[in-house]
Design a protein around this ligand. Structure first.
Ligand code: UD1
Length: 457
């Protein structure tokens, strides 16, 4: 996994050529969860012993996180989907803006670095294409654990209070159940002195995965997956082996693609209860779902309009809002999709409308009038999940589509087009070297604007 400097611009010249209207059939293997792997990599900074991670997805976001760890002096050995992480010789230094910019999750290293080394300096992650994404919950939680934090020239500088050699346990109540803040604080509290209680904690499966790995490393974390997490700080953490959980968002995206193309597919391995809210909505919209062990099968049929509202886990995940909207474009009837987590996560609406859908948006509520068909287009996704939504729309469409924005897609979907083509989709990655991405997007205002501010979700 090597991150090439100009990879992003190279990826911008790539597109997926999709000939729509074919149906999908067969079984698709789901990769390890991106959001788990990212935080587990940050957690590996908590020990000077080796961590062996299996089922790590091969994604550009993971490459970026690996580069951040390498910059700190971490040694990484990679083999297929396995990573061996050795943080014995870390030099604590400010993380460079160029590495942190473009990967918001890199900020989650702050809790691990601070609690293990007593200091950490990380540039502010900033907003991104889907919203402002503040870090106030991370900061106030770390302060409650005894950190002194200043923000100077866009750099967050955290250190232990004078005369202290460890953070101390505390009772923290989050104002919103932020996934990243919950993870930052769990990592920081794992080596703090005494007991920390986090209330209104996020309950996402990736947080449970983090706690499982930390407990294998010797941490004492109780009740992960509940609203109140208890952490008894320990002196040291040690090495361990851990397998990343399957990616529920990737699995959900394939299931939605199958529903949208009236297809029958099976996704595995998955943990079905991680997808309960999504499966309920797919069933309500006409698909037949069968779960068996670690696999889920779907048979898409007569798509009916259903309403969804995104919510923290176990609610409907914001990360599947855009793909589900692509499905609703051709549903029978009118549906409403409300985005309650991020303030700017409807980038796909204008693009789907260009493909023939009928959607209006007001205050983050999209009202969708189902249409009979979509038409193939050349378009660019403006963020990770909106790229997936456009690909699903292209699979439904008549005629050929060329979907750009693969620099977003490759952040979060491993071999997406290969997996789709193995299911029978007519999809192929093309590189159009003549394309200068900026001039190419002339006429597509939304995509052109989004290119200028490409950052990550
Ligand atoms: C994580 C996921 C992302 C997912 C999101 C919500 C990773 C790497 N990314 O992002 O894929 O879409 O959870 O499920 O795991 N907030 C604050 N103050 C804070 C932190 C967050 O107000 O200090 C707000 C955000 O603006 C947002 C909401 O809380 O409106 C949820 O954000 P959060 O759960 O923190 O998302 P991330 O952890 O960044």
């Amino acid at each position: 996994m090597v991150c090439e400097g100009n990879k992003k611009s190279y990826l911008k010249s790539q597109n997926l050529k999709i000939i729509g209207r074919s149906s999908l059939r067969g079984e698709v293997k789901i990769s390890g969860a991106k959001n788990s792997a990212l935080v587990l990599l940050a957690a590996s900074l908590l020990t000077d012993e080796k961590i062996k991670l299996d089922n790590v997805p091969l994604l550009t976001d993971i490459e970026k996180m690996c580069n951040i760890l390498k910059n700190l002096g971490v040694k990484l050995q990679t083999k297929d989907h396995q990573l061996i992480i050795d943080s014995t010789n870390i030099s604590i230094k400010e993380l460079p803006y160029e590495l942190v910019n473009g990967l918001r999750a890199s900020f989650f290293c702050i809790g691990a670095l601070l609690t293990r080394f007593g200091e950490a300096s990380i540039p502010l992650p900033g907003g991104c294409n889907i919203g402002k994404r503040p870090i106030n919950e991370h900061i106030s939680g770390l302060k409650a654990l005894g950190a002194e934090i200043i923000i100077e020239k866009e750099i967050v500088k955290a250190k232990l209070a004078e005369n202290k050699n460890r953070l101390h346990g505390s009772n923290i109540r989050l104002n919103c159940p932020s996934v990243g803040a919950t993870e930052t604080l769990i990592m920081a509290a794992s080596l703090a002195q005494g007991r920390t209680v986090i209330e209104n904690a996020a309950r996402e499966p990736e947080i449970q995965d983090l706690c499982q790995m930390l407990n294998k490393m010797g941490a004492k974390i109780y009740d992960s997956g509940k609203e109140k997490i208890i952490i008894d700080g320990v002196q040291d953490l040690h090495g361990c082996s851990h397998k990343v959980i399957p990616d529920r968002i990737e699995a959900g995206t394939f299931l939605i693609a199958a529903a949208a193309t009236s297809s029958s597919i099976t996704v595995s391995p998955v943990i079905p209860n991680h997808l309960e809210a999504v499966l309920n909505k797919l069933e309500e919209s006409g698909s037949k779902i069968t779960t068996k062990g670690n696999s889920i099968s779907i048979r898409g049929n007569n798509i009916k309009a259903v309403n969804i509202e995104t919510a923290p886990f176990p609610g409907f995940p914001t990360d599947l809002q855009a793909p589900f909207m692509a499905l609703m474009t051709i549903a029978k009837g009118r549906s409403t999709i409300s985005e309650t987590i991020f303030e700017n996560r409807m980038n796909h609406v204008e693009l789907l409308n260009q493909m023939g859908s009928s959607i209006t948006v007001e205050n983050n509520v999209a009202r969708i009038n189902g249409v009979k068909k979509l038409k193939g287009m050349t378009l660019a996704g403006a963020d990770l999940r909106s790229s997936a939504a456009l690909i699903i729309a292209a699979l439904i469409s008549r005629r050929v589509s060329h979907i750009y924005g693969l620099e977003h897609l490759d952040r979060g979907y491993e071999n997406f087009e290969l997996k789709l083509s193995q299911l029978g989709a007519q999809i192929k990655r093309e590189t159009n070297r003549k394309i200068n991405s900026h001039s190419y997007y002339e006429g597509n205002k939304l995509a052109k604007d989004s290119l200028a501010k490409i950052k990550v979700a």
